[in-house]
Ligand binder design. Structure first.
Ligand SMILES: Cc1ncc(COP(=O)(O)O)c(C=O)c1O
Length: 385
């Protein structure tokens, strides 16, 4: 985040406050595009990580497509100006009614089960759809930092059901033109991406009408200084090489799609909070209470995830160790443990970093709180249009 006068921002807009920065979004996207060397590609922004309307407009302005999971997200995408041809829908448990809307609005849809394929093909003939493929258990992800892993997941269509869905599609003159996969989020090792890429491209060979392959996302974010930057070069160049081979096999250009959220938005967002109390625990450590907690930023409590926390300005005082406590009264509502900060006073502000993805969208308002404010820094301008 560009150095800002957080105190001024806090006094102008109040706290707790999510602050987003347009330039970071652009920089993050440029890294992804740099290594996506296969020319026929399309990047969709995963709305689920942040659906703030002004953010979606920025994403639209950057020329990306958008990935949505629900009718509400579809409406937000349309309101932000996305055309049907730039929207991709992937979810689970899709109802008949929603399938009808997706067909009517001509939205590219990746179906998650043979039952959904059945509903789609009962509703329309001569159309195309994609499928979300079940990721085999042999593709293992280190659970250390990754989220959204479930070893017993039934998400996606298993390879053993491919013939069944092909037959359903054939009988209704529909074509399966896309293969989609997604295995976890915030994955740092490259190995599972390579294994997953191989698996998905092999699966795609089964579908003669193939037009695209969507590798989903899951790219890790450097939340802690101890983490390394995600190796986009290795993973995206590998995906690109797979697509070159796949296109050769099909004797036509297949489109490479990805739908990142976290890696575009996480470090473009900061949560500014105010210290409401300081409890002295012992000679080494104090507990800071702030005016936000898991209701505003759920990730530390849900995933035990780490976010850097910093003083909003230099205090010039000696450093001290702090636990940073949320304000929901729940005993385990903490935003960070054992953090070394320059000594703080009640009324100071703290900055919680890299919360632009899965921050505000997971804010619950529990118990009986207002949702935090949000502002956008776009060059020298600050506010929300
Ligand atoms: C299907 C699908 N696509 C894309 C994403 C975005 O993933 P990430 O935020 O890790 O980039 C998710 C996240 O859960 C997802 O479920």
């Amino acid at each position: 985040m560009v150095t800002q006068n957080f105190k001024e921002i806090a006094e102008q807009f109040g706290t707790p406050l999510y602050i987003y920065e347009t330039d970071r979004i652009k920089e993050n996207l440029s890294v992804i595009l740099k290594f996506l060397t296969y020319p026929k590609h399309k990047v969709y922004f995963a709305t689920m990580c942040n659906n703030q309307p002004e953010i979606l407009k920025i994403i639209k302005g950057l020329g990306l497509g958008i990935q949505v999971n629900s009718d509400h997200e579809l409406n937000l995408a349309k309101e932000a100006g996305f055309n049907s041809s730039d929207i991709s829908f992937t979810s689970t448990g899709i109802s008949k009614e929603l399938i009808k809307i997706l067909i009517e609005e001509n939205i590219e849809t990746n179906l998650d089960s043979a039952e959904e394929v059945g509903k789609f093909c009962a509703a329309i003939k001569n159309k195309t759809f994609g499928i979300r493929v079940r990721i085999p258990k042999r593709i293992k992800v280190n659970p250390d930092k990754a989220t959204n892993i479930f070893s017993d997941s039934h998400t996606g269509i298993e390879e053993k059901d491919f013939d069944k869905i092909k037959e359903i599609a054939r009988k209704s003159d529909n074509k399966i033109t896309g293969v989609h996969g997604y295995f976890a989020s915030n994955v740092h090792d490259t190995k599972p991406f390579i294994e997953f890429g191989n698996f998905l491209t092999d699966a795609a060979l089964e579908f003669t009408d193939l037009e695209y392959i969507n590798f989903g996302s899951g790219f890790g974010v450097r939340y802690s200084k101890k983490d390394k930057d995600f190796d986009f070069e290795k993973v995206l160049q590998y995906y690109s090489s797979l697509l070159r081979k796949l296109s050769k096999s099909f004797k036509r250009e297949i489109i490479l799609k990805i739908e990142p959220g976290r890696s575009i938005m996480a470090d473009a967002g900061t949560l500014l909070v105010k210290i409401t109390n300081i409890k002295n625990l012992n000679s080494r450590k104090s507990e800071i209470s702030v005016n936000a907690g898991f209701a505003e930023l759920a990730r530390p409590r849900i995933y035990n995830s780490y976010h850097e926390i910093e003083n909003s300005e230099k205090t010039g005082k000696p450093e001290r160790v702090y636990d940073i406590r949320g304000n929901t009264v729940l005993q385990n509502d903490f935003l960070g443990y054992d953090r070394t900060l320059e000594e703080v006073r009640e009324g100071d502000y703290l900055v919680i970093k890299k919360v632009g993805a899965y921050g505000i969208v997971m804010a619950s308002g529990f118990p009986g709180k207002k949702l935090p404010g949000q502002v956008l820094i776009n060059k020298d301008k600050i506010g929300m249009e």
